[in-house]
Design a protein around this ligand. Structure first.
Ligand code: GTP
Length: 594
C-alpha cells in the first residue's frame, strides 16, 4: 500500500488538535459519534492546559483517485521544553503541515518549528486555519508566511478545522505533495523510536517509524544505543486505538510491545535493529534528554518522605525525562532534587504530584544547570546552589545560553529589546514579518529566561509577544552563590546562583520580601543576604508584642478556636530554621522577587 507520513506543526492554540480530529473524522478513522473532543490530547492534564505534551501517532486509511493510502499522522509536542521530542518526531515524517491561525498569524514557535522541519528536509504544506473567524486576515497572514519563511503564497491551503472547510483539499495536498517514504523492506531492520508510553498491563509501549527492513511478531530486536535485546510480544498500529498485526515494514509507523517494565529502558531517538552481526547502523541524531532546570521538592511534613518517593517513582515510570534523587537540607529535612527539561515541564510534574497524591510540597527556587571548571582543571555540572564550591576553587563558572526568537507587534520592539538587554541579552537579529509585526533574536542566559523573561514579555506586549528558545551552549560568566541567613542560620534551600552584578539588588529584594512574609515571633528575627562572608542586605522582623489570642480571652470562644485552627493549618506548611518558623509562601516569594 502507498504510504504518507506527516506531522502538524503549529504554535500553541492555532488548532492542531482540532485539525487532527477533523482529519480522523474525514478519513472515517473515527466516526463523529466516537469522536471525543481533542482525541489526541488524551492526558487529562494536557487537556486542562491545552498543550500536547507527548507525541502520539495515528494511522488513517484513505482512497485517493482509486488508490488506497496508509496516511500516518505523527503528533508533535508544541512547547519549547520538548524540542528534542519534536525533532525525533520530525525525523519520522516526509512532510509537515505548517498550521497558522488566520487571525494570530506567524508566531515564535511557528518560525522555530518551520526551521526545524526544513532542517529535517520535510516537504512543508503551509496551512492557514480558522478562516471561518469573522476577523480572519488570511491574506496578511499569507504575506507574513512569505516574508518570514519564504513560503510561496500559491502553496497555501486555507481551511477551518472547526467548521470542516477545506479538509478534502488538505488531504489531497498531503497525498500529492508529501513524498512517499523511501526505504527497503528487505534491508536489515532499522526503526526510529520516536515516543513511548507506559501501560499498566503491558509495560512500555515503544512507538517506531520503520526506516528499513521488516519486524515480525515473536522476533528478537535490539535497541542499538541502550544495547538491550528483547522479544517482540505484540506489534501493530494506532487506528487510533491499538490494533495488532503480524508485521511492520519499511515506511510504516506503529508500536512494539516487548515486556519492558520501565520506560527508563526505552530511549527516544534510539534505533531498533536485530541482535547479531547483520544489524543496521544506528540512526543519527540521538541525544540523552538534557535536564536544564532543577529544584528541590520536600514534603512539608517530614513523615511524608516515603510517600513522596513513591509518588515520584510512579511519575518517573511514565516520564523518563524527569529525574530525581534524594537530598537533605538543613532547613527542609529530607527531600529530593528533581531535574526537568524546562520550566513548563517542572510545573506539569508538580501539578501531577499534587493531583495524584495528597502530599503538601515545599519547592525551592528553580535553577538551571551550571558548569564549573575548578582550579585543577576538572569540569563538573552543578544542579543546586549548595554544590557551588568555595570561590577560590573556581577557575571558570559557566552558564547555559539560549537563542531566543521573539515575535512582537512592531510598536513593542523597544520595550522588548530593553527587557532582553537588561537580562544580559545580545541582539542577534531583527526583521519585519509584516508592517505591524517583527521578530527579534537575542542570546540570553537561560537563568534569566526562566526567572521572569517570559512573563515580562507577555505583560510588555499586552499578551501578543511570543517567545521560543533553544540551547546554543555554555559560556563563562561572573556568577556567585548568594545565601540567605535567618538569625545567623543559613537557609540552604534559599541560596541562589546569580550574576555578581545582580547580587546586591537581588539580595536586598529577597531579604525585604522575606521580611514581609515571616510572621512575627516572640523575639526579633534578622534576615540577611550574603555572598561568601560579606553581608549585602539586612532586614529585621520586629518581635511580637502580645499573644495573638490574648485579645480573645474572656471573649468569643468560637473566634479564638477559629484563630487557633487557622494557625494550625498554617503550621502544616511551616518549617523551622533554628527557632524561626518560615512558611512555604515565604520560600516561594524568593522566586518572584526581582
Ligand atoms: P495545543 O494543543 O495547545 O497545542 O493547541 P492546538 O494547536 O492543538 O489547538 P486546539 O486544536 O486545541 O485549538 C485551540 C482553540 O482554537 C480551540 O478553542 C479550538 O476550538 C479553536 N479552533 C481550532 N480550529 C479552529 C477553526 O478552524 N476555527 C475556529 N473559529 N476556531 C478553531
Amino acid at each position: 500500500m502507498e504510504i504518507r507520513n506527516f506531522c502538524i506543526i503549529a504554535h500553541i492554540d492555532h488548532g492542531k488538535s482540532t485539525l487532527a480530529d477533523r482529519l480522523l473524522e474525514f478519513t472515517g478513522t473515527v466516526t463523529r459519534r466516537e469522536m471525543k473532543e481533542q482525541l489526541l490530547d488524551d492526558l487529562a492534564l494536557e487537556r486542562q492546559r491545552g498543550i500536547t505534551i507527548k507525541a502520539r501517532s495515528v494511522s488513517m486509511r484513505y482512497i485517493h483517485q482509486g488508490t488506497p493510502y496508509e496516511v500516518n499522522l505523527i503528533d508533535t509536542p508544541g512547547h519549547v521544553d520538548f524540542q528534542y521530542e519534536v525533532s525525533r518526531s520530525l525525523s519520522c515524517c516526509e512532510g509537515a503541515l505548517l498550521l497558522v491561525d488566520a487571525f494570530q498569524g506567524v508566531e515564535a514557535q511557528t518560525v522555530a518549528n518551520a526551521y526545524n522541519a526544513m532542517e529535517h528536509d520535510l516537504k512543508i504544506i503551509p496551512v492557514i486555519n480558522k478562516i471561518d473567524l469573522m476577523h480572519a486576515r488570511a491574506d496578511e497572514v499569507t504575506e507574513e508566511m512569505e516574508s518570514s519563511l519564504g513560503i510561496d503564497p500559491d502553496d497555501v491551503v486555507r481551511c477551518s478545522a472547526k467548521a470542516g472547510i477545506g479538509i478534502e483539499e488538505l488531504m489531497t495536498a498531503i497525498i500529492e505533495r508529501v513524498p512517499a517514504p523511501t526505504g527497503d523492506a528487505n534491508a536489515p531492520l532499522q526503526a526510529m523510536v520516536f515516543d513511548s508510553n507506559y501501560d499498566d498491563f503491558r509495560g512500555a509501549i515503544t512507538y517506531v517509524r520503520m526506516m528499513n527492513g521488516t519486524v515480525k511478531k515473536g522476533q528478537k530486536i535490539k535497541f542499538l544505543r541502550a544495547g538491550s535485546v528483547h522479544e517482540v510480544v505484540e506489534l501493530g498500529q494506532f487506528v487510533p486505538q491499538r490494533k495488532s498485526c503480524t508485521e511492520l515494514t519499511a515506511g510504516q509507523v506503529g508500536y512494539l510491545i516487548c515486556n519492558i517494565k520501565s520506560l527508563a529502558d526505552v530511549h527516544i531517538g534510539d534505533t531498533v535493529s536485530t541482535p547479531g552481526n547483520d544489524a543496521a547502523e544506528p540512526l543519527a541524531g540521538y541525544q540523552r534528554p538534557k535536564r536544564m532546570v532543577y529544584c528541590g521538592l520536600y514534603p512539608s511534613d517530614g513523615q511524608e518522605f516515603s510517600d513522596l518517593r513513591d509518588a515520584l517513582e510512579r511519575l518517573a515510570i511514565n516520564d523518563p525525562s524527569f529525574e530525581f534523587e534524594p537530598e537533605t537540607s538543613d532547613a527542609l529535612g529530607f527531600g529530593f532534587r528533581c531535574g526537568f527539561l524546562g520550566l513548563l515541564h517542572m510545573e506539569i510534574v508538580q501539578q501531577r504530584l499534587e493531583s495524584e497524591s495528597d502530599i503538601d510540597l515545599v519547592q525551592t527556587a528553580p535553577n538551571v544547570t551550571y558548569e564549573i571548571v575548578d582550579t585543577r582543571g576538572n569540569k563538573r555540572e552543578i544542579h543546586k546552589p549548595q554544590d557551588v564550591p568555595d570561590p577560590n576553587d573556581i577557575a571558570e563558572f559557566r552558564q547555559p545560553i539560549v537563542r531566543c526568537n521573539i515575535v512582537v507587534p512592531s510598536e513593542c520592539i523597544g520595550t522588548v529589546m530593553k527587557l532582553c538587554q537588561d537580562r544580559r541579552g545580545i541582539l542577534r537579529g531583527n526583521e519585519y514579518l509584516s508592517p505591524t509585526r517583527s521578530m527579534i533574536s537575542y542570546d540570553i542566559p537561560l537563568a534569566e529566561v526562566i526567572y521572569d523573561l517570559h512573563d515580562k514579555i507577555k505583560s510588555g506586549t499586552r499578551g501578543y509577544g511570543t517567545l521560543d528558545y533553544e540551547l546554543i551552549g555554555y559560556e563563562p560568566a561572573n556568577l556567585v552563590r548568594m545565601d540567605i541567613l535567618v538569625n545567623g542560620n543559613r537557609v540552604d534551600a534559599l541560596s541562589i546562583i546569580c550574576d555578581r552584578g545582580d547580587a546586591d539588588r537581588r539580595g536586598r529584594a529577597v531579604a525585604k520580601k522575606l521580611k514581609s512574609e515571616i510572621e512575627r515571633h516572640m523575639f526579633e528575627v534578622a534576615v540577611q543576604a550574603a555572598v561568601g562572608s560579606r553581608v549585602i542586605a539586612r532586614e529585621t522582623v520586629p518581635a511580637m508584642r502580645k499573644n495573638v489570642t490574648a485579645k480573645c480571652y474572656g471573649g468569643d470562644i468560637t473566634r479564638k478556636r477559629k484563630l487557633l485552627q487557622k494557625q494550625k493549618e498554617g503550621k502544616k506548611r511551616m518549617k523551622a530554621i533554628g527557632s524561626v518558623e518560615i512558611s512555604q509562601k515565604a520560600f516561594m516569594s524568593v522566586l518572584s522577587s526581582g
